[in-house]
Ligand binder design. Structure first.
Ligand SMILES: Cc1ncc(COP(=O)(O)O)c(C=O)c1O
Length: 381
């Protein structure tokens, strides 16, 4: 049986070109980048070249890129650091953020270090800008943390509009861009954000590496102590081959971006059309329009008595997808995003997420298998 992988929002396969870029740093160049001898100078040069490459793709300065172990750590650094080091007392966020943001906000609130304010959302998960403005007006010394695109339903916010509002009220703006980095262009010279985050494994880079973009002037103290790496912002020997792979993955992503968007958007539209054709009563979760993240399609199926088994049954048929976020892959339980937006709704939710390696045939097969597994009698052809 040919397996079909449609869980790319959880993680993507490594691009062979990325692996090729990483291999010399596994096989040959092993020096510690902090060492002053030639071995160390070689690997230091690779780390700094990667940083420069990323900065040039995002139009920021290399000093504004801090390598981390991925998206979770970068989100933690931005939010904890803003409260501890930048005088933030109010966190304005939304109830459908990734747990890497939500849990940090709850922890800071529980410790009495910051107050949380929840921005209202519409039925598709978009931020109510009028309410956001009220919150900003009423709560000075704020950090706004709103994700660029939701990893479960794909709804996307306008970073320029939110950032402009934050600037107007003197608030800091952090956006979890883990699902959009490598999938959209960012011009950080123009974009009014203070912190954005990246995880390489979401765009065919290695796992366990990412970065925090921190706008110059916002200086956070380290969360991890014990060395002067990353300009004293994050101690510990650098993930050398991860960093090299991350930069290569970004280079490839931006080299091929237009073709990638065209291909993946086509897959999503085809999947939507086939599912609507094959499965009566199916609805799209989140924003069904073209503003949504083109890599993610989340659908709701009315209760058929076996909803909780759906992801397992798809897996048995060789289709890998998710019931919600990566952490709840294989289960329809526990999605705080779906639970918040569609309270009390019965049935199953399935997230399909696509990549440049996904084919139209795979999408067609997945749609047919879902129709078969969900309600065998409903398959029309
Ligand atoms: C929106 C979002 N933020 C943060 C993360 C966490 O990233 P990482 O797995 O690199 O820590 C993910 C990954 O699932 C994500 O989708």
């Amino acid at each position: 049986m040919r397996k079909v992988y449609l869980d790319n929002a959880a993680t993507t396969p490594l691009d062979p070109e990325v692996l090729d870029a990483m291999l010399p740093y596994m096989r040959e160049h092993h020096g510690n980048p902090s060492a002053i001898h030639s071995f160390g100078r070689t690997t230091r040069a690779a780390v700094e070249q990667a940083r420069r490459k990323i900065a040039s793709l995002l139009n920021c300065s290399p000093g504004e890129i801090i390598f981390t172990s991925g998206g979770t750590e970068a989100d933690n650094m931005a939010i904890f650091g803003s409260v501890r080091d930048l005088g933030v007392e109010n966190l304005i966020t939304s109830p459908i953020e990734h747990h890497a943001v939500e849990y940090v906000a709850h922890a800071l609130h529980a410790e009495g270090r910051a107050r949380i304010h929840w921005a209202d959302l519409d039925a598709q998960g978009r931020v109510d800008m009028g309410h956001l403005e009220q919150l900003l007006k009423a709560n000075p010394k704020a950090l706004v943390s709103l994700m660029h695109a939701n990893n479960e339903i794909g709804t996307r916010i306008d970073l320029h509009a939110v950032g402009a509002l934050c600037r107007k009220y003197g608030a800091l703006f952090h956006s979890d861009t883990v699902q959009t980095m490598g999938h959209y262009r960012f011009d950080l010279a123009q974009l009014p954000v203070d912190f954005i985050t990246c995880a390489a494994h979401k765009f065919h880079g290695p796992k366990g590496i990412g970065f925090l973009f921190m706008r110059n002037g916002a200086t956070l103290k380290p969360m991890i102590l014990g060395g002067s790496q990353e300009r004293n912002m994050r101690a510990g020997t650098e993930n050398l081959y991860g960093i090299v792979g991350l930069a290569k993955a970004m280079e490839l992503a931006y080299r091929d971006l237009d073709e990638h968007i065209r291909h993946v958007t086509g897959l999503k539209k085809r999947m939507m059309a086939r599912l609507i054709e094959l499965i009566p009563g199916i609805v799209i979760n989140g924003d069904p329009g073209d503003d949504a993240l083109y890599t993610v399609l989340s659908v709701h199926l009315p209760e058929d008595g076996r909803s909780e088994m759906l992801i397992y049954n798809l897996d048995i048929e060789g289709i890998a997808c998710s019931g919600g976020s990566a952490c709840s892959s294989g289960s329809n339980k526990g999605s705080h995003v779906i639970g918040y937006l569609y309270p009390g709704r019965e049935g199953a939710n399935v997230r399909f997420s696509f990549s440049k390696f996904t084919t139209l045939e795979e999408v067609d097969r997945a749609a047919e298998v879902l129709a078969k597994v969900y309600a065998p009698v409903a398959v029309k052809g």
